[in-house]
Design a protein around this ligand. Structure first.
Ligand code: TRP
Ligand code: ZN
Length: 475
């Protein structure tokens, strides 16, 4: 699976992607549609629920790597919207649920497929707030995704000596009950207890609240699939970013010295991006590089990186690669702060812009010549094919493929060439600013680009996103 064409050049998405793109996958959804199933994403028809909005999650977790048992108490706070609900259904699979409480009172529930359905004593009124507490325990089971070849499974990944949660796009409900779709972003508090000497980490700002318990707060809305927890033996490397941004890096205990130098690019690239696309959107940043034991025990973790909000995940060594490090950093703006509306139609600008930022890194380090060489290599890798990548509407199996990464990145290159540097970054900055902490879609790109360019940009996006012919590379 290694050895995909571009490795070793500036275009290096292989750390994250080679395993995902080299195998196609098709997947038929196993669950029949129930009335309350599905938030309305055609790529994942049963995922989520459009009858309520979760606003905040409190995850209280107790995990012992020695026994691989997770004990959890998860409270979802939400609002019923738009109609009264006689059943509250959330995405959840696995574990043994010992109790469900709705607004403090014990509630009856059923489980089928990947749904937990809770029956309130009387229907929940439209507009009413609720708190749903689910108490469960057991050995976490891996779950698959239509977006990944079947050999890859994620969710809560336990390995000898720890665990790490990697869930994009739809695997979070394999370890906590949630409305598992980007249209329902929420804030998070995560409290984790693990025996000594294990270190525990999650998204946002952490503090120690007990002898073996930490509490992490993410005060900006995040995607369920970008919430992570890592339990393991980690050493900590701190940095300070622009505007005193606290940066905390977790690396395998004992390997700290190997990471000091490679991580130096982070504050520099935060500054570089901030100057171009707007300020870093969260209160903290950092990275988690999980240990070899993790990547040896799970195929998905073998060679991967994932943009978990404010604290991306890296397989061992992948965070020593500047391009990979900066790719996940860029996702904090594009993907995490501004998120997809539906997966299949929007993933191109998420992965495409993160991939494009690797060309910006080349430019930061080596100027225009380095940037041009990177673009040329990327274009050469796909232009020989008779069909264009058409990144604008992707089936689940192609979401994390060359089509989104390279097709999307070249679309941004072409946009920059068409508009010039100043207007190009103005478009990106306005897009992020207008949709920050929310969701956006292609029409938002077209609208802002059209306004900044002073001409209808729909034909441009039609060619690059949906056209059959390989577009000419503008120079
Ligand atoms: N978004 C990841 C990246 O930055 C790729 C990815 C998608 C992934 N799903 C994943 C990585 C699940 C790990 C686990 O390119
Ligand atoms: Zn990415």
């Amino acid at each position: 699976m290694r050895g995909y064409g571009l490795r070793g050049q500036v275009v290096s998405f292989s750390m994250r992607l080679r395993p995902l793109i080299s195998l196609g996958c098709t997947f038929l959804c196993a669950f029949a549609l129930a009335q309350d199933d599905g938030i309305g994403d055609p790529t994942f028809p049963t995922l989520g629920n459009k009858g309520y909005k979760a606003t905040h999650y409190l995850l209280k977790l107790n995990y012992d790597p020695e026994t691989a048992q997770l004990k959890a108490n998860v409270t979802m706070e939400g609002v019923v919207d738009p109609s009264p609900l006689s059943t509250l259904s959330v995405d959840f699979s696995g574990f043994t649920v010992s109790a469900v409480k709705l607004n403090g009172a014990s509630a009856t529930f059923t489980r089928s497929g990947a749904k937990l359905r809770v029956k309130p004593a009387s229907p929940l009124a439209a507009g009413s707030k609720f708190a749903l507490e689910t108490i469960y325990s057991g050995k976490p089971e891996l779950i698959g995704s239509a977006a990944l070849p079947p050999i890859y499974k994620g969710g809560w990944v336990a390995y000898p000596g720890g665990a790490v949660a990697a869930c994009e796009p739809d695997m979070s409900h394999g370890w906590f009950p949630c409305n598992d779709h980007p249209l329902n972003k929420a804030t998070f508090d995560v409290e984790i207890t693990a025996p000594r000497p294990y270190v525990t980490v999650s998204n946002g700002i952490g503090k120690t609240i007990g002898p073996t318990t930490t509490h992490f707060t993410l005060d900006k809305p995040a995607l369920t699939c970008m919430v992570t927890v890592a339990v393991g033996k980690y050493g900590i490397l701190k940095q300070v970013g622009p505007n005193s941004l606290p940066i905390t890096n977790y690396v395998p205990l004992g390997t700290e010295t190997q990471y000091i130098e490679p991580l130096q690019v982070t504050p520099k690239f935060i500054q570089y991006l901030s100057d171009r696309i707007g300020p870093y959107p969260f209160a903290s940043y950092g990275t988690i590089t999980f240990p070899d034991e993790a990547s040896k025990s799970n195929k998905l973790l073998e060679v991967m990186a994932l943009e978990t909000t404010s604290i991306p995940l890296f397989s061992p060594g992948s965070s020593k690669d500047a391009a990979t490090l900066c790719h996940e950093l860029t996702h904090q703006w594009m993907g995490d702060c501004v998120s997809v509306t539906n997966w299949g139609d929007d993933i191109w600008w998420v992965e495409g812009f993160a991939q494009y930022s690797e060309f910006m890194l080349a430019e930061m380090n080596g100027g225009k010549a380095a940037y041009d060489a990177a673009i040329k290599a990327a274009y050469a890798s796909v232009s020989a094919q008779s069909h264009w990548l058409k990144p604008g509407h992707l089936p689940a199996a192609d979401m994390f493929s060359l089509r989104s990464y390279i097709g999307g990145a070249l679309t941004f290159h072409a946009l920059r060439k068409k508009l010039g540097d100043e207007k190009f970054f103005q478009v990106v900055r306005q897009f992020v600013d207008k949709h920050r902490y929310g969701n956006a879609s292609v029409k938002d790109w077209i609208e802002i680009a059209t306004q900044v360019a002073g001409e209808d940009m729909k034909p441009f996006f039609d060619t690059w996103l949906y056209g059959d012919a390989v577009p000419k590379l503008p120079s």
